[in-house]
Every structure is written in C-alpha cells, then in structure tokens.
Design a protein around this ligand. Structure first.
Ligand code: NAG
Ligand code: NAG
Ligand code: NAG
Ligand code: NAG
Ligand code: NAG
Ligand code: NAG
Ligand code: NAG
Length: 306
C-alpha cells in the first residue's frame, strides 16, 4: 500500500513539473488558477462573503500539498528499520518515545467543541404568495472580553415577516435572540440589504447589525452557498454554514427558484475534477517514462547479448 501511494505522490510531483514546463492547459496549473480567481473576486463588486470564503479553498489546496510530505515519511521509517530495532534492546527509551507521541494528538483536540447548528427552513407567505424562502444553518459567535459564547439558530425558531414590494422582511425569533433579514430589490436583482441580530444571555446582551449589500441574485433566482462563510455584525460573527434564500417570490414560484451558487462552492466543486485530471495525467507520464526506460534497458541488454 505504501509503495503505490508514494508512487502516486511522485507521479503528481512529476505532473506538476510537467504542467509548469508546458503551459498548454491553464486549468491544470492550480496556483495560477487560484491567483486569477482571487483577483477576479477582488474586482467583482458586491459579493463580499464570496470574497471571504475564497481564501478557504486556497488553504485546502495548501493542506493537500503538505499531506504528501507526511505520507512520504513512512517510507523514510521503513528505510530506518535498523534504528527502530535498536531501541527494543533498551526498553526505557521505547516507553519514553510512546509517551512523547501520545501527547501530540491530545494537544490538537484540547479546544472545547463549539456547537454545530442544524438546518432550519422558514418562509414568509402573504395572500397565498410565498415571498421569502430561507434554508439556514447559522451559528453566532459572540465575543466577550475573556471568552466566546455561541448561539445556534434553532430550526424550531418561529418566524414572521413582511411581503411588501419595496423592502421584504424575514424575522426569526426565539426567546433569547432574534435575527432579522431585510431584503431589497433593484431593476435586475434581489439581495439582503440589512441583517440585525439581538440577543440576551445571562451575562450579556446586545444588538448588532450589518447593512452591507449581501447575497445578490437575479430576480426570481435563489442564493445558495454550502461553503461556510462569515458575516461580521459588529462584535458578533455570524457563521453561515449553509444558506439558500429567495425574496420577492411571486405566485408562480412554488419552490426555490434556480440556485445561483456562491463562488466558493463552485471552486470546491472544481477541485475534484482538477485533481482527477492531474492524477490521470501523472499516470500517463509514469507509464510513458516506464515504457521508455524499459525500452532503453531492453535495447542495452540486446547490445550486451550481441
Ligand atoms: C412554509 O413553511 C412551512 C413550515 O416550514 C411549511 O410547512 C410550508 O410548506 C412552507 N410553504 C411553502 C409554500 O413552502
Ligand atoms: C388562496 O388560495 C385558495 C385556494 O387556492 C383560494 O381559495 C383563496 O381565495 C386564495 N386566497 C387569496 C387571498 O388569494
Ligand atoms: C458590542 O458592541 C456594542 C457597541 O458596539 C457594545 O455595546 C457591546 O457591549 C459589545 N458587546 C460585547 C460582548 O463586547
Ligand atoms: C425541535 O423540536 C423538536 C420537537 O418538538 C425536538 O425534538 C427538537 O429537539 C427540537 N430541536 C431543537 C434544536 O430545539
Ligand atoms: C407598492 O405597492 C403599492 C400598493 O400596495 C403601490 O401603490 C406601489 O406603487 C407599489 N410600489 C412599487 C415600487 O411597486
Ligand atoms: C440597518 O438596521 C439598523 C438597525 O435597525 C439601522 O440602524 C440601520 O440604519 C439599517 N441600515 C439601513 C441601510 O437601513
Ligand atoms: C459587514 O459585512 C461585510 C462582509 O462580511 C464586512 O466586510 C463588513 O466589515 C461588515 N461591517 C460591519 C460593520 O461589521
């Protein structure tokens, strides 16, 4: 198992060099692709949340490049079998080694787990017309002086709203918090124009908002994002795990309209086909190298026999 995995890593590395040398296909070169995307997002006007989340896929690609170095380490331990055999004669050194390896995972998992929200669905209906639909999975991180407290948007929270023709409102409330989304509309698009959040906790309460234009979509479409993104509401961070929203729905809309997926989602969806493509390319390169090396060897053998 170790040998094929290291082979694949080697193949990917070869493919990486191969791709850099011959820049025939720009989509295969991941670093340049990422930089162009980030510049695109910085030039695009309103999708501020998309801009926040684009940094995340870049870190995941960074992690995948780090990962091969850790998988390569088992091959170095197999080389150093003589060094691992040596400590078995001295039992004290092996026990100290095991104690030093066990604290490492403990330190990585020591941070207390913040609560994870569930998806809730809400809608605002007036005169048989559902003007607002929302599927939300949200957690609020409230920063206090010495700690962070979490408020999870409950799927059981009740809702109310307003289907007016200029500003539409979705209000989601629980006993100790209230989230209000104000929707606006222009000639071509609908969007969230204000988000307010008020909360009451035993030791703290507050009211925060952000009136930046967010989640714009074409009229009749819905905004969809499954890549976690943050919206800063003063000193509260709204962590959006999943969002699908639509406002200014008409009687024709029986369900969510066509989804316009956020840039971060599209980028995540691109990673798998790109990785598969690189792997296939690497395989082809390895096979070609093996073929030419094999042919040269057989030719050399042929000369020797002659
Ligand atoms: C609105 O929400 C309620 C409760 O979640 C649900 O039962 C109802 O089917 C929804 N209506 C529409 C038109 O989606
Ligand atoms: C709502 O729909 C029902 C059945 O489709 C209909 O009888 C009723 O008149 C409608 N109400 C309004 C205000 O349009
Ligand atoms: C958050 O900021 C508001 C004013 O901007 C302040 O009144 C409130 O105490 C702050 N809350 C915390 C938890 O720091
Ligand atoms: C929501 O309500 C259901 C039924 O009343 C209950 O089983 C569930 O635990 C509630 N969920 C939350 C997050 O309060
Ligand atoms: C909003 O609706 C009112 C009546 O309900 C109407 O008089 C007004 O022109 C509408 N405004 C727009 C911008 O459509
Ligand atoms: C957003 O809501 C807050 C709180 O209600 C309000 O103070 C602010 O003026 C609103 N912003 C806009 C652009 O309406
Ligand atoms: C509002 O949200 C945007 C996008 O997340 C952020 O850039 C901005 O700083 C926020 N404003 C406030 C006052 O929190």
């Amino acid at each position: 198992m170790r040998i094929p995995s290291s082979f694949i890593i080697l193949a990917v590395l070869i493919a990486g060099i191969f791709c850099e040398e011959s820049t025939t296909n720009p989509s295969t070169t991941l670093p340049t692709d990422a930089t162009t995307l980030s510049t695109e997002s910085s030039t695009s006007q309103e999708t501020t949340t998309a801009r926040v989340t684009t940094s995340e896929p870049e870190t995941t690609t960074a992690q995948t490049t780090i990962a091969p170095t850790t998988t390569l380490s088992p091959t170095t331990t197999t080389i150093g079998t003589t060094s691992t055999k040596a400590p078995t004669t001295t039992t004290t050194t092996t026990t100290t080694k095991t104690t030093t390896t066990t604290p490492a995972p403990v330190t990585s998992t020591k941070s207390p787990e913040p609560p994870v929200p569930d998806v809730g669905s809400w809608n605002v209906t007036d005169d048989n017309v559902t003007c607002i639909r929302a599927d939300l999975r949200i957690r609020f991180d409230v920063y206090l002086n010495d700690k962070t407290e979490y408020i999870v948007l409950s799927p059981n929270a009740s809702s109310s709203g307003d289907c007016s023709n200029v500003t539409q409102v979705l209000e989601i409330h629980e006993s100790d918090y209230s989230l209000v989304l104000y929707f606006g509309k222009d000639a071509t698009s609908t969007y969230v124009k204000n988000i307010t959040f008020s909360y009451t906790m035993p030791d703290n309460s507050g009211f925060v908002y952000n009136d930046t234009k967010l989640f714009p979509v074409k009229i009749g479409n819905s905004y969809l994002c499954s890549t976690t993104s943050n919206v800063i509401l003063r000193n509260v961070t709204m962590e959006v795990y999943h969002i699908r929203i639509q406002s200014f729905g008409t009687s024709e809309n029986k369900d969510f309209g066509t989804a316009e997926e956020c840039e971060a989602d599209n980028k995540v969806n691109d990673i798998v086909p790109i990785a598969v493509g690189i792997a296939l390319l690497a395989l082809v390169v390895v096979v070609l190298i093996a073929y030419f090396v094999g042919r040269r060897r057989s030719r050399q053998k042929g000369y020797q026999s002659v």
